[in-house]
Write a protein that binds this ligand. Structure first.
Ligand code: PAF
Length: 283
């Protein structure tokens, strides 16, 4: 496994692999890797002969009051985890290599970036779309793998690949959960023991609402918010709902009703103390 810091070197090595007829699978990450990331890497391994992982805490996708400076980092641990897959190339650039002085281009996916996390984190998806476009252009993968936990992000990236005619298949991989249902996230490291103990209630609420929709055939979308409120009420830790919304899983169009049609997305963001957790379920 080779670690690369500079974009030119990454481009050169990826060009060589492609010229030799080897398919490249790519997994962009912000590091502090967990089993969820490793599942994306394994998926990339299935699809390609060469696996490239980027580790870059992208400053442009953090708002001014967000957790950029305290975002967890552990490059050494990350490299060991990548080696266990195994990954072929790890790209871990400095911010100045990604955004050199004079940088002024952005990529914006207009429709899908509105609402949900896009509304609560202005500029977030512009930062994600810009850095992911740069990375896809550098690496030139056949397949790029993203987690369904960031469901809106996955749709934004699919759309930008389609709109910009990038020759890449964007693959979504299922959410990996702890045994108690909590979706894996680097941000889980911020949770206090009491918050960690209560956080699985998010997944319980999502499952509860999916079960109720299946039993009733249809439910008003407000049932999702009510289920999350019910679960949070008994928790005894400081929580705040950022949003709980029902959307069409293909278009993110708002849904007035929860239908068990395989295309109902219930997505949520909830603060446990200062830590904002997201989760979703499609049913
Ligand atoms: O999902 C993430 O970790 C990031 O948003 C991504 C896709 C690596 C872009 O910085």
């Amino acid at each position: 496994m080779r670690m690369i810091r500079e974009p030119d070197e990454l481009r050169r090595l990826c060009d060589e692999h492609r010229r030799a007829g080897r398919r490249i699978g790519f997994v962009p990450t912000m590091g502090y890797l967990h089993e969820g990331h490793l599942s994306l890497m394994r998926r990339a391994r299935e699809a390609a002969e060469v696996v490239v992982v980027s580790i870059f805490v992208n400053p442009t996708q953090f708002g001014p009051s967000e957790d950029l400076s305290r975002y967890p980092r552990d490059l050494e641990g990350d490299l060991a985890k990548c080696a266990s897959i195994p990954v072929d190339l790890v790209y871990a650039p400095e911010p100045a290599s990604v955004y050199p002085p004079g940088f002024q281009t952005v990529v914006e996916v207009e429709g899908l970036s509105r609402g949900l996390c896009g509304e609560r984190r202005p500029g977030h998806f512009r930062g994600v779309a810009t850095v992911v476009t740069k990375l896809l252009c550098l690496v030139g993968p056949c397949t790029a793998v993203f987690g369904e936990k960031d469901f809106q992000q996955l749709l934004v990236i699919r759309q930008l690949a389609r709109d910009l005619e990038l020759p890449v298949t964007v693959v979504g991989a299922p959410i990996v959960r702890e045994p108690d249902g909590l979706a894996l996230s680097s941000r889980n490291a911020y949770l206090s023991p009491a918050e960690r103990a209560s956080a699985p209630c998010l997944h319980r609420a999502l499952e509860e609402v999916a079960r109720a929709a299946a039993a009733a055939g249809r439910l008003p979308a407000s049932a999702a918010l009510a289920a999350v409120e019910r679960e949070l009420a008994g928790q005894g830790v400081a929580t705040r709902i950022d949003y709980v919304e029902a959307r069409d899983a293909r278009t993110l169009a708002p849904r007035a009703e929860l239908l068990p049609d395989g295309q109902t997305l219930v997505a949520l963001a909830v603060f446990f103390g200062k830590t904002r957790l997201i989760d979703n379920l499609v049913f």
